[in-house]
Design a protein around this ligand. Structure first.
Ligand code: SF4
Length: 307
């Protein structure tokens, strides 16, 4: 039975005083940064930068209602996206490489970030959607407290690349309403070669299990707009390079057959993909259909109803 829509979880966490404690714990991690599986150990509070090229100042490239996200996030007024600059992954085919790799964006204080969130709410966006938030999690949660005090009340979406530390995700329990991780690879070699993250699948599996433990399967309201739960994205790569069969098997057997899974077909070579012959073409429809067939065989049934 569909669960009745509830208020965003962070409101109760704020009321109990727990949000303040989480901010302290998250900020302390920046002294020897282990926010993500890279565990660089740099002191970002003193201006040092690790793999993600980020110190303790938030960098933001774009704030806008977005209508290109999944229908369940877009609704009628759009998803309120905030694109964070830089990334903890290193995908050679990145579609946002100017933001993620070249560092396009501007510094933003927590106060300014909070006002951006409130601005999106004022424009009637159905949610505030943090795109690539992992390396700025402490700063985002600090900004959230300011935004709550000024009246924020829409669900939060944590829209990440899936290379997450379970310990950091645990600190987001009761803060994030909708987790939207990629599961990019079920294949160690591809994760190493194309994203510089050989342990990607193992770390991603741990993190996504924790996300699902917190929020469960995706829940939508009477208008079909999501308000809580897990939404997984998987981009099918040419030549089976994403290991889609292993990813889909994990989702069905390790998470839930009721998982909402956006199996994406829009791969095209960008950034440095041309350096890899096997990645230097678009996806064939036959490759996409094969992934859909595997998903159906495993009993998955939500999020890819297009074909
Ligand atoms: S968030 Fe950045 S500095 Fe911290 S561990 Fe990850 S890549 Fe390294």
């Amino acid at each position: 039975m569909e669960k009745a829509k509830q208020a965003p979880v962070y409101l109760e966490t704020y009321e109990s005083g727990e949000l303040e404690e989480r901010i302290e714990k998250l900020e302390a991690i920046l002294n020897e940064c282990k926010l993500c599986p890279r565990e660089c150990g740099v002191n970002r509070n003193k201006g040092e930068k690790g793999y993600c090229k980020s110190d303790n100042y938030m960098m933001v490239s774009n704030v806008q209602p977005h209508f290109g996200e999944e229908d369940v996030l877009v609704g009628t007024h759009g998803s309120g996206t905030i694109f964070l600059t830089n990334c903890n992954l290193g995908c050679v085919y990145c579609q946002n490489y100017d933001i993620s790799h070249l560092g396009y964006g501007q510094k933003m204080t927590e106060e300014e970030f909070a006002l951006s969130m409130l601005g999106l709410q004022k424009r009637e966006c159905h949610n505030v959607n943090f795109v690539t938030p992992t390396h700025f999690t402490p700063q985002i949660v600090k900004a959230l407290k300011i935004a709550v005090e000024k009246g924020l009340h829409v669900p939060l979406v944590y829209n990440c690349g899936g290379y997450e530390s379970k310990s950091t995700i645990e600190l987001l329990d009761g803060i994030v309403d909708i987790y939207m991780p990629d599961i990019k690879y079920g294949d160690v070699e591809s994760a190493k070669k194309y994203s510089n993250a050989p342990d990607y699948f193992d770390r991603c599996k741990e993190a996504v299990k924790e996300m699902h433990r917190q929020v469960g399967d995706l829940k939508v309201d009477e208008n079909g707009v999501a308000w809580s739960g897990l939404l997984i994205r998987h981009l099918v790569l040419p030549n089976g390079l994403a290991g889609s069969a292993d990813v889909l098997k994990f989702i069905a057997t390790g998470i839930s057959k009721d998982s909402y899974v956006n199996i994406m077909l829009q791969y095209r070579p960008m950034y440095k993909a041309y350096e890899h012959k096997e990645l230097n073409r678009g996806l064939r429809m036959s490759e996409y259909r094969e992934a859909i067939a595997i998903a159906k065989e495993w009993g998955l049934h939500r999020g890819f109803e297009r074909i």
